[in-house]
Design a protein around this ligand. Structure first.
Ligand code: NAP
Length: 236
């Protein structure tokens, strides 16, 4: 049985990843803030919890030891480099051959070739500075975090999520290399399937050093372009 660690395990995405990972037979450990441990009560006895902030290097060092996969929720909370501190700790302490899977949003671009709608550009340009001024969220820190990941020689995958919705699973999302691809036009993924993609990526070596932008497999744009997906290098 493979051992994995979920960093940010108590959030919505983290809990969905836990369900998928347990169902897939992984031995699961996780890191979450001490005040959030209670959110994981339903997994009692089935997972190992390391209480701590996700950028606490000592906690991460202990939690990822011996893990073949590390799934990290990159959340740019506050203005103290939370996302980049988390990413650095994971890359510094994970086992050298471990698969490292990180979550973020479409606004992250690896090579500058993504083409964004006015809505996404407006959110980043207008809301970003406001959230930072309020010291709530630092969108740029997610950029700093992912730039460090892209530059690393670890076995990383950065999964770029579209807008998210709740609801039962529709299956593994499809993906494109760049936002702006017609396949992604629906800009909607079930959160439970975002988590499914993250867990499936552990065993999918074709995703190593890729930054897939995902969309729900049952979304209108995915259905319309399904034949193009099956011709491209998509995971099964
Ligand atoms: N939400 C969207 O529409 C959307 C769209 C695209 C991509 N994404 C990506 O999806 C991921 C997370 O999504 P989600 O919807 O599952 O988020 P979520 O449930 O809000 O959880 C995010 C994480 O942030 C932690 N957190 C919340 N408030 C915090 C604070 N003040 N200080 C430190 N940590 C805090 C949560 O831990 P606690 O349990 O301790 O609160 C949890 O681990 C991110 O990588 C995000 O970029 C989201």
């Amino acid at each position: 049985m493979k051992r994995i660690c979920i960093i940010g395990i108590s959030g919505k995405l983290g809990q969905y990843m836990t369900e998928h990972a347990l169902a897939a037979g992984y031995q699961v450990a996780g890191v979450c803030r001490p005040e959030s441990v209670h959110k994981l009560d339903r997994f009692a006895g089935r997972i190992t919890i390391h209480p701590g902030r996700t950028n606490d290097r000592a906690v991460i060092e202990q939690a990822v030891r011996g893990c073949q996969g590390v799934l990290t929720v990159l959340a740019p909370w506050g203005v103290d480099d939370y996302a980049s501190g988390t990413a650095r700790a994971v890359m510094d302490f994970a086992e050298p051959e471990a698969r490292l899977i990180f979550s973020c949003g479409w606004h992250i671009s690896r090579d500058g070739k993504d083409r964004y709608s006015w809505k996404i550009r407006a959110i980043v340009a207008l809301l970003g500075p406001v959230l930072r001024a309020l010291r709530l969220v630092d969108l740029n820190d997610q950029v700093v975090a992912t730039d460090a990941i892209f530059a690393s020689d670890t076995k990383w995958t950065v999964v770029r999520g579209s807008d998210l919705e709740e609801g039962p699973s529709q299956g593994l999302p499809v993906w494109a290399e760049h936002v702006g691809d017609p396949l992604l036009a629906s800009n909607l993924t079930r959160r439970i399937d975002f988590a499914l993609f993250m867990v499936a990526a552990i065993a999918d070596d074709s995703l190593i050093r890729q930054a897939p932008a995902i969309v729900g497999c049952a979304s209108a744009s995915a259905r319309a372009h399904r034949h193009e997906v099956s011709r491209s290098a998509q995971p099964a």
